[in-house]
Write a protein that binds this ligand. Structure first.
Ligand SMILES: *[C@@H]1O[C@H](CO)[C@@H](O)[C@H](O)[C@H]1NC(C)=O
Ligand SMILES: *[C@@H]1O[C@H](CO)[C@@H](O)[C@H](O)[C@H]1NC(C)=O
Ligand SMILES: *[C@@H]1O[C@H](CO)[C@@H](O)[C@H](O)[C@H]1NC(C)=O
Ligand SMILES: *[C@@H]1O[C@H](CO)[C@@H](O)[C@H](O)[C@H]1NC(C)=O
Ligand SMILES: *[C@@H]1O[C@H](CO)[C@@H](O)[C@H](O)[C@H]1NC(C)=O
Ligand SMILES: *[C@@H]1O[C@H](CO)[C@@H](O)[C@H](O)[C@H]1NC(C)=O
Ligand SMILES: *[C@@H]1O[C@H](CO)[C@@H](O)[C@H](O)[C@H]1NC(C)=O
Ligand SMILES: *[C@@H]1O[C@H](CO)[C@@H](O)[C@H](O)[C@H]1NC(C)=O
Length: 333
């Protein structure tokens, strides 16, 4: 079991996207388009989703030159997500347990459970197992012009996890904002649950002729002076590390370009053995300044691209989040 964990029933996340102009688009509530996508829109923002993994496939925002940009990675249609076995968890909700479970085993109330391994020669379980939630089609239970709700019933014993879990994922847009609400109910037994949104962002919509990556985006993590230490296969080892000012993982003392520290020797091994880059769980430390309301405390992360002028501010009620810099991708996708 990882320290970056929650034995809890309810998760709530909020994200907001800034910059854009006006609303628009023709789409029908209650049904998918010819590509199998469900569209929702509000002023300055239009998003598309599919039942597979309750995934975001497209997120359209106008840049500062009024050019509409799709700032997330996704496939053209709903059917291809089930066909592509490379399965990069594009825009979906990994479940019932995002990230890694050491040795694919854990203990609850004296009972040892074994879940299906699927990573590092079957040494651990990633994102809920070989057929975790984002390998399955959720059910669309509601769809209006500005909101869509997906549900999944994960049976007792599925992938080895104890007890049935029922989950609802609701995505809503309001002017210039995307809201993510995740609810999960363990109906019969105690079970580990950790959900997240696994979106690949590129604020230049992969259209920047000088830089196809997000490494030139500026990132600020104002509350993340610490991160969770991991072993060579990214299993938390129980230590919490300081992100020293000026070091590769310092995004808190000042905003910094994502790729700014790639020439620093410390970047090697930062995302596991022989891996250069980021795949790290950053803590979000807000409580030391007293009680806070996460909705008004300010964003836990801000990302911006000078090329497009698009900026995203991310609000969250969670105490940590993972930054993945795509070191495991070869750029082909
Ligand atoms: C981008 O601007 C155009 C023209 O004003 C508008 O029709 C469109 O809806 C905008 N796109 C978004 C995502 O708001
Ligand atoms: C879905 O998208 C894939 C990849 O772009 C394409 O090969 C396939 O023909 C598309 N299928 C449909 C039914 O549009
Ligand atoms: C999910 O739904 C899509 C679109 O209807 C379909 O093509 C695909 O086979 C389904 N995948 C699974 C795993 O059920
Ligand atoms: C790892 O799992 C195996 C069975 O899958 C179990 O026998 C062993 O005790 C576990 N090791 C640790 C360190 O938890
Ligand atoms: C995983 O387990 C196997 C034994 O099953 C072992 O040989 C291997 O070194 C372990 N570690 C990794 C990173 O694959
Ligand atoms: C990266 O961003 C800086 C501005 O911070 C800019 O001067 C530079 O040209 C950019 N490089 C690429 C490859 O986009
Ligand atoms: C965990 O890993 C970090 C380096 O990533 C190391 O500094 C620390 O000593 C390790 N802790 C344990 C308990 O092994
Ligand atoms: C790491 O890289 C070194 C040097 O290329 C290599 O000898 C070693 O086998 C690699 N280790 C793993 C676990 O891939």
């Amino acid at each position: 079991m990882t320290p970056c964990k929650h034995l809890l029933n309810v998760l709530l996340l909020l994200a907001a996207v800034t910059v854009g102009q006006t609303a628009g688009g023709n789409y029908a509530a209650g049904s998918p388009d010819a590509d199998g996508k469900y569209t929702i829109a509000a002023e300055g923002i239009r998003a598309q989703f599919i039942p597979y993994g309750a995934s975001l496939t497209n997120l359209f925002i106008n840049d500062t030159n009024a050019v509409e940009r799709d700032i997330v990675l996704g496939y053209d249609n709903a059917s291809y997500y089930s066909i592509d076995q490379s399965h990069p968890h594009l825009g979906g909700v990994p479940g019932r347990y995002a990230n890694r479970i050491k040795n694919s085993s854990f203990e609850i109330d004296g009972i040892e459970y074994h879940v299906l391994p699927n990573e590092h020669n079957n040494n651990n379980t990633l994102h809920g197992g070989p057929r975790g939630w984002d390998w399955r089609n959720f059910t669309v239970v509601a769809h209006t012009t500005s909101s869509v709700t997906f549900s999944i019933v994960d049976p007792d014993g599925e992938q080895g996890f104890p007890g049935e879990v029922i989950s609802y994922i609701t995505y809503t847009v309001t002017p210039y904002q995307w809201h993510i609400k995740m609810v999960a109910l363990a109906t019969t037994k105690k079970t580990p649950i950790m959900l997240t949104s696994h979106v690949y962002w590129n604020l230049d919509a992969f259209q920047n002729p000088n830089n196809p990556t997000a490494l030139n985006h500026t990132l600020h993590l104002p509350y993340s002076g610490q991160r969770i230490a991991v072993d060579g296969i990214l299993i938390p080892n129980g230590t919490i590390l300081a992100n020293q000012p000026g070091s590769v993982n310092d995004f808190w003392t000042a905003p910094k370009q994502v790729g700014a520290s790639f020439d620093d020797p410390e970047i090697l091994g930062n995302c596991g053995t022989n891996c250069s880059g980021y795949d790290n769980c950053f803590l979000v430390n807000r409580a030391q300044e007293g009680p806070f309301d996460w909705r008004s405390k300010g964003p836990v992360a801000t990302v911006l691209s000078e090329w497009s002028g698009i900026r995203i501010d991310i609000w969250s009620d969670q105490d940590a989040f993972q930054l993945y810099g795509c070191g495991g991708q070869n750029g082909k996708l």
